[in-house]
Ligand binder design. Sequence first.
Ligand SMILES: [Mg+2]
Length: 510
Amino acid sequence: MNLEARQMDRAVGAIVGGAIGDALGAQYEFGPAHPDDFIPQFGRGHFGHGVGEWTDDTEMSIPILRQAAGELGAGTSVLEPAGQTAILKEWITWSHSAKDVGNQTRAVLRAIEAQMAHAEGAVLNEIALQASERQHEQAGKSAGNGSLMRTGPIGLIGIALSASSEPARSESASNEPASEKTALAAGQIAQLTHWESDNVDACVLWSLAIEHAILTGEIDVRRGLHFVPEGQRRERWSGYINEAIAPDAHPRDFMNGNGWVVQAFKAALSAVAGAESFEDAVYRAIRGGGDTDTVAAIAGNLAGAKFGLSGIPLSLQLPVHGYPGLDVNALVRLAALAVRGGKPDKQGWPSATSMLNPSWRRTEPVQHPFDAGVWLGSQSSLSHLPESVGAVVSLSRLGTKEIPAGIQSVRVWLVDTAGENNNLDFTLTEAGDVIALLRKQGKQVFVHCAEARSRTSAAAALYAVRHRGASLNEAWSRLNGRAGSGALPHYDPAPFLREAVERIVTSAAR
Ligand SMILES: [Mg+2]
C-alpha cells in the first residue's frame, strides 16, 4: 500500500513517539505524581539506562518491528509461526543482557528456553503459548502491562497486512473497516507472554487506535470495541474508555496499580485524550507517576500516530537511542519499512544507499550570510562537505550511506509540496531552531535539501530572523542568489513555505 506522505509521517511518528515516552519516563519510574508545570527531562533510568536510552518497552517492540521490516527473515508475517518464532528468539537473546525484564515476561521466556533445549529447531509460538498459559495458572494472573508496552508496531503491521487484501485507503476515506488482521496480530503477540484476556483486549484496542490514527490523524479508541467479545467483557472496556476520555481525566487518576495493563491503558489514554500536542501527551503521562516509562511509551505510540514525526520536537528526538544500537534515524527506517510490508517505496526509500537524483541542480556549500558557521547547499554536497562541519541538518530524504561517518545527522520531516505536511509551521520552526541548538553545542552545521532551492531557503531565512537578528526582508534578499549577490544560486522558496515563514515570524513578533 502506498501511504500518503502525511500518513507515513504518522506511521514513523508512532514508533519514534513510543521510544521517546519510554526514554523520557525512565528516570521517574516508580516515582510520585507531578504537578502540571513539571517538565520531564532525559536522565539516568531507574534500572541504570543511560540518558536518553529507551528501556524494555521499546527494546521488546524492536524485534516485532524488525520482523515486520524483513530483517529477521523475509517472506513471513507476524501472523505466521515462523514470524513469531523469530521474534521470540530475539526476545530470549535480549533478555540475557537486558537491564530490566518484567517478571511475567522473564518467567515465560525462561520456560520457552528450557523447552527449546529439548526441541532443536522447534516452532516456538506454540511453546510460548503453553508457557504463557501455565505461568498464568501458577501466578493466578498475568495482566501486567508488559504486553501493551510493546504493541506499538502492530498498528503499522496491520496496515501492511491489510494492504494486499483491501483497496488503497486514503485519508479522505475515514470509514475504512478496522483491520481484522491488526486485531489478530495484537492478540497473538500479547499472548506469547501475557495470557490473560485483559492483555489481548488492551493490545487490540490500542493497536487499532494507532492504525486508525495513522490513516486518518484522529484518535478513536472505541472503534476497536467490536473486536472485544460481546457482553460483560466489552461493556467493561467501554467503561474504561469512558473513564479515561472524561474531560478532566488525568494519568494521575490511574496511578495506583498502573503496572496492571488496564490501569496503564487508562493512564495512557487519558494522557493522549487530553493533550494538545505530542509533547503534552508524554509530559502528562509522566506527570501521572508510577510506571512512567511504560505509560509514556504506550501514550507516545498513539500520540506519535496522531501528530506525526513532524509534530515531535527535535529536542526530544535527538537524544533517544538504545538496544540494539539504534537511534531515531534507525527507528524511522524500520518503521517506514514495517508499514510497507518490508519493501521500500518507488524511489528506494528508506533502503537505498543514496536518494540523490542526478537531475537535481547542484549548489556547492556556501556560508550562511548571517553566520559563517552554517553552510548551505544541495544534497550532492554531502559527498564533499567542508571539513569543519560537525552536523548535517537534512530537509530532504536521505539514503542510508549519504552522511559521512562521524558527522551528526539531524533529519527534519519537511515535504516540499503544499498540503503534505501535518505540522508545517511547527516543523519549519524546528528546522530553524535546531540549527541554533547545534551551533550552541559548538558545531559547524551543513543545512541542505535536494537542490538548496526552496526548503533550505526557508529554514535559513527563519534561522537568520529568529537567531541572528535579521529582518525577514534582509534574510530573503541576502539568500537570493538569482537576483544579485545572494548566497543561493537556485534560490526559489515555494509560495507555501514563504507564507509559512512569514506567519511564523509575524506570530513570534506579536
Ligand atoms: Mg521500562
